[in-house]
Design a protein around this ligand. Structure first.
Ligand SMILES: C[S@@+](CC[C@H](N)C(=O)[O-])C[C@H]1O[C@@H](n2cnc3c(N)ncnc32)[C@H](O)[C@@H]1O
Length: 207
């Protein structure tokens, strides 16, 4: 079956073996999003796919409260070790959202949605939109078709490849971003270079 989470143990063993594999510095996109959320006076943030928290602490440092969702219990243990109980983290797959009945005024989702299949991506966008307060913002970072890894690995479906065993990746361009996010308040797409070329996608829930 074409599912992005057919081998969730990939993340469990990746964190067990490689530990804090992206270091402790936040990604550029996290800094840009933190500044954007400050400008919009956001207070209550949800981070699906929070990993071990390297992109979460900068929101907490500015007085925002953070809730995460993470599929790997090893990553959650690492987040607890480094950041204590400063954030609530639900253990599970984003495909099972929502995990609570809270409404969040900001959602930041870094490098996760492109791991999911078509149906799962649609559901994640809708589930995130539904957990926003009226006037709230959600920001996604996604890998671009400009990445050198685009087209490598086993072909799964249009723009989707198995880049490692058990990890499928959907590579975005402006057209597929518009197709997937336009019903969820899409208002800005910018390019940002992390370890790969990414897009930063901003959506606003209507009031
Ligand atoms: C590429 S990593 C990004 C991690 C984190 N945002 C960071 O940059 O520090 C993707 C993260 O999403 C988690 N993840 C993958 N599939 C998931 C799913 N279906 N539900 C929840 N988390 C998932 C992984 O365990 C990993 O922590």
């Amino acid at each position: 079956m074409d599912t992005g989470i057919e081998k969730p143990e990939f993340w469990e063993s990746a964190f067990s073996e490689k530990k804090e594999m992206w270091g402790f510095e936040p990604a550029k996109s996290a800094i840009l999003t933190r500044d954007f959320f400050i400008e919009k006076t956001m207070k209550n943030i949800l981070i699906p796919g929070i990993g071990y928290g390297r992109n979460a602490q900068i929101f907490i440092d500015t007085g925002m409260s953070v809730t995460g969702i993470e599929i790997s219990s090893t990553a959650i243990d690492m987040a607890r070790k480094h950041y204590g109980n400063s954030m609530t983290i639900f253990h599970g797959s984003v495909t099972d959202m929502p995990f609570d009945t809270c409404k969040y005024d900001g959602i930041f989702c870094y490098a996760l949605i492109h791991l999911l299949n078509d149906g799962e991506r649609k559901k994640l966008i809708l589930d995130c939109y539904n957990q926003l307060t009226d006037g709230g913002y959600m920001v996604f970072t996604v890998i671009s078709k400009e990445a050198s890894t685009y087209g490598q690995g086993k072909f799964i479906s249009k723009d989707r490849y198995e880049i490692f065993e058990g990890v499928n990746m959907f590579f975005y361009d402006r057209e597929s971003i518009t197709a997937e996010f336009s019903k969820a308040g899409l208002f800005e797409i910018t390019e940002v270079t992390e370890n790969y070329p990414f897009f930063l996608i901003k959506c606003k829930r209507s009031q």
